[in-house]
Design a protein around this ligand. Structure first.
Ligand code: GDP
Ligand code: MG
Length: 452
């Protein structure tokens, strides 16, 4: 988006104010970017109108380029829509605090219940889980497995054949509440049944659960990949139940996060968490600014770095940032280190998806589609076959050295060439990041600073 905006604004430079005429092209790009990110059409329209209003008549400040200025306006606007509240919970004054998970089947309620329990435990809470999905025994079994995996308490209760449906659901829920109170659990997380679509029976049961448990939070779990459908069902749940927050799952896929914007706009409920994978720890507090940059195509470097902070060797990460940003200092040795660290982080694809999709990064994004992780191992093997001297100074790797390296690692010379080319591109990219994008550098550096 930024590149396109730059083009759209080429002619604007030197003019005093932003006018209807000269922002129309930029607004068109913004509209497309929003639509591509699955933002609801009505929300797009309202947002664009608002941005137009704000932008019109704005003096083109000399300190900012018009592109930067409009990007700032768009950024601020989107962040405003998303709100600043992240993962804050309302806790009940009379524990246990009840959190009701709502949403359609397959949206990720059970998985997110386990993730949320993990997150709460990290924050010093003692959550108890209960599944009231009495319609699918497998669903209750699934929560039991999840609870065990994350080391959270679970109330399973006893089910006999005489009871079924909503009465059973309510009995289990109330028993779990009593159990949590007796055991001193400060939070009860209630995983509920979902249906394939919204129906009256489901809503009725949810309403009765709400009445019986008086939950402090009703979290709507939405599958980000379903885009507009997620928005519509959020709306329906909100009208019937009054949701207090949203967990947006499957953000590790292609979804770019527009659903967050639309759901917030339609329901007024803040997105509180993102699910970014199937594992219990693939879960993060929602930060509006990050989604906005993701929507704007700037990538989610902050999240990437935060993830890196958790998984990577701290000192190495700092070294890497310093070296990488200085461009010249980034050797093949560092590259190999980085590959090894990436293995710890997760798949290459999911990492590359978080990189910006503009400028020098564009190629990387496309490359991500083709990367398979076995390639990582090959790349590492090639670098392993180099001498230390070669790793530190890639310029000495001439034709005969390339042949030797290829033989040593069991690949073709072309592959060695390819790797060296990639490495060269990376150096260039990092250098650009370090010098050109001052803002990006500051962001990276401040993240790194927080790590140290
Ligand atoms: P429920 O029917 O709402 O309880 O949904 P589940 O928790 O059973 O999840 C449905 C499927 O989505 C499962 O295969 C989960 O592993 C998967 N899933 C849930 N959250 C995420 C996520 O954040 N990312 C990915 N990739 N898969 C997820
Ligand atoms: Mg479930």
């Amino acid at each position: 988006l930024q590149e396109k905006l730059q083009r759209a604004f080429k002619n604007l430079r030197g003019q005093g104010t932003i006018t209807e005429e000269n922002i129309s092209e930029a607004l068109r790009e913004i509209r497309l970017a929003l639509l591509e990110s699955d933002v609801n059409l009505n929300v797009v329209k309202a947002t664009i109108d608002h941005i137009r209003e704000k932008a019109l008549g704005t003096q083109v400040a000399t300190a900012l380029s018009p592109t930067e200025q409009i990007i700032k306006i768009v950024n601020d606007e989107l962040i405003e829509i998303l709100g600043k509240d992240t993962a804050r919970f309302k806790f009940s004054s009379q524990p246990p605090t009840v959190i009701l998970m709502a949403g359609l089947q397959g949206s990720g309620k059970t998985t997110s219940s386990g993730k949320l329990a993990t997150w709460l435990k990290k924050g010093g809470h003692r959550p108890m889980l209960v599944s009231v999905d009495v319609y699918r025994p497998a669903a209750r079994e699934q929560l039991a497995i999840v609870a065990k995996a994350v080391g959270a308490q679970i109330y399973t209760g006893k089910i006999n054949d005489e009871e079924a449906g909503t009465p059973l659901v309510l009995r289990l829920a109330k028993e779990a509440l009593r159990e949590a109170r007796n055991f001193g659990n400060d939070i009860l997380l209630v995983d509920t049944a979902g249906r394939l679509g919204i129906d009256e029976a489901l809503m009725d049961e949810m309403k009765q659960l709400k009445a019986a448990l008086n939950p402090s939070e009703i979290l709507f779990v939405a599958d980000a990949m379903t885009g507009q459908d997620a928005v519509n069902s959020a709306d329906a749940f909100h009208k019937q139940l009054g949701i207090t927050g949203v967990i947006l799952t499957k953000m590790d896929g292609d979804a770019r996060g527009g659903a967050a914007l639309s759901i917030r706009n339609v329901t007024g409920a803040p997105v509180k968490f993102l699910g970014t994978g199937e594992k219990p720890e693939q879960f993060e507090a929602f930060h509006p600014d990050r989604i906005v940059s993701r929507i704007m195509g700037m990538g989610d470097i902050a999240t990437l770095l935060e993830r890196a902070e958790e998984k990577l060797d701290r000192g190495k990460a700092e070294d890497f940032a310093k070296k990488a940003l200085s461009g010249d200092g980034f050797t093949l040795e560092d590259f190999r280190d980085q590959l090894r660290q990436i293995k710890k982080l997760g798949s290459m694809q999911s990492i590359l998806k978080m990189m910006p999709s503009v400028g020098p990064f564009q190629g990387l994004q496309q490359a991500a589609e083709h990367v398979d992780d076995s390639q990582l191992a090959r790349t590492e093997a090639i670098i392993n076959s180099m001498t230390k001297k070669e790793r530190i100074d890639h310029e000495i790797i001439n034709g005969s050295r390339r042949r030797r390296i290829a033989e040593g690692s069991g690949v073709s010379v072309q592959e060695v060439n390819q790797l060296l080319k990639q490495y060269g591109q990376m150096r260039k990219m990092f250098k650009g990041l370090g010098s050109g994008g001052g803002k990006m550098q500051r962001r990276l550096m401040s993240q790194m600073g927080q790590m140290g």
